[in-house]
Design a protein around this ligand. Structure first.
Ligand code: PLP
Length: 392
């Protein structure tokens, strides 16, 4: 019999009932170190007092009004994002998938309004993940995501990850935009090299097409910059954000330049919940912390510590691990053993990690994880690796 919850997930038999900083407490009382942060979401850890205060204060005042009215919390958050990034304007969503939908619509509307309606094609990359909507799966293009869900939304093509020559060859008069994650998350923590990101930007500029960056997973401080593309010194025209921006409250955003957003006039897009007072109250509290340069400097320091310890772990268990990759607090352990065996051994050792494609174990801890918790987390990963190694 089908369960009451649609069984689209293979769930671990863990029932977390409480969170404290980088810790999650199981119903049976066991305390797990959280190196997953709900898939890169809880950037400020669990039950962060500032976020709890922002949420409860807003909950007592007003939850929701719809976008038919002015929402000062939304305006404040949009202004913070505009001040801190390349963007001139922001639309709020509830998820990364919805941000993908708008990014695609915005890019196509841009060309339509310019009288170039033939420019609808969006170039994406293999291994990408942009969400599970019709546009999201068509953009990613993998059989795993698209099989059985046809007819797919037309107008997407996928190139090998980071293949700049293929990109140059693929851009033609029908191309509207290029979409990519500066660090692929689900694809296995695969960063695009800064030089390649710069080359993509250059090709987009030369062809006059839009660059959409999907920073749903790698954004909001995750790599040690507010947004990952900043490392390469480039800027997109449109950027998808979600996950970390709400710190655990479902919130997403599309950021854009005035030019790229020029087609999105009143009535062209909408959302009942997107940017409601509750979500934006939390988003403002997240931005106040994460956009602070001192906060980011400390994320980079602690990320360096984590990486150094992980390099030691890889060296100690060459039969289990191949290497460490990624950026900031978005790290991947490329495995030799099956990645799920490492994740499962981690559960036994009371440390939570997340599998990804390419046989990678993802480490996406709260950005606030302390030096001590990093040391303890790696001790637990060491115990997990030893168990996997012994069983090989
Ligand atoms: N884009 C990227 C890069 C993601 O990692 C994800 C989710 O994992 C999404 C889009 C979809 O976001 P959501 O699950 O919030 O709809």
């Amino acid at each position: 019999m089908i369960p009451a919850v649609l069984p689209t997930y293979n769930r671990a038999p863990l029932n977390f009932v409480k969170g404290e900083g980088s810790w999650m407490i199981e119903a049976d009382g066991r305390r797990f170190l959280d190196l997953g942060a709900g898939i890169a979401v809880n950037v400020l850890g669990h039950a962060n007092p500032k976020l709890v205060a922002a949420l409860t204060a807003q909950a007592e005042a007003l939850w929701h009004v719809s976008n038919l009215y002015e929402i000062p919390q939304q305006e404040a958050l949009a202004q913070k994002l505009v001040d801190a990034t390349f963007a001139d304007t922001v639309f709020f969503t509830n998820s990364g998938t919805e941000s993908c939908e708008l990014a695609v619509k915005m890019a196509r509307k841009y060309w339509f309004d310019k009288g170039q309606a033939e420019k609808t094609q969006i170039i994406a990359f293999e291994g990408a993940f942009h969400g599970r909507s019709s546009a999201g799966i068509a953009a990613a293009g993998s059989e795993k995501m698209t099989k059985g869900f046809g007819p797919l939304l037309p107008g997407f093509v996928q190139l090998p990850w980071g293949d700049i020559e293929a990109l140059e060859a693929a851009i033609d008069e029908t191309t509207a935009a290029v979409i990519l994650e500066p660090v692929q998350g689900e694809g296995g923590i695969r960063p695009m090299a800064d030089a390649d990101l710069q080359a993509v930007r250059k090709l987009c500029d030369e062809a006059g097409i839009l660059l959409i960056l999907d920073e749903v997973q790698c954004g909001v401080g995750r790599t040690g910059k507010l947004f990952a593309h900043e490392w390469a010194g480039i800027a997109p025209d449109i950027m998808m954000v979600a996950k970390g921006i709400g710190g655990g409250f479902p919130l997403g955003a599309v950021l854009a330049t005035e030019e790229a957003a020029s087609g999105m006039t009143a009535g062209t897009h909408g959302s009942t919940y997107g940017g409601n007072p509750l979500g934006c109250a939390v988003g403002n509290a997240v931005m106040d912390e994460v956009a602070n340069p001192e906060f980011l400097a400390d994320v980079n320091r602690r990320a360096g510590l984590l990486r150094q310890k992980l390099e030691g772990l890889v060296a100690a268990y060459p039969d289990v691990f191949e290497d460490v990759r990624g950026s900031g607090m978005m790290l991947g352990l490329k495995c030799k053993a099956a990645n799920m065996s490492v994740v499962n051994a981690g559960y036994d050792a009371l440390v939570v990690t997340i599998p990804a494609a390419d046989n990678v174990v993802r480490l996406l801890p709260p950005l606030t994880i302390s030096d001590d918790d990093i040391a303890e987390a790696v001790n637990r990963l060491d115990a997990a690796a030893a168990a996997v190694s012994n069983a090989l």
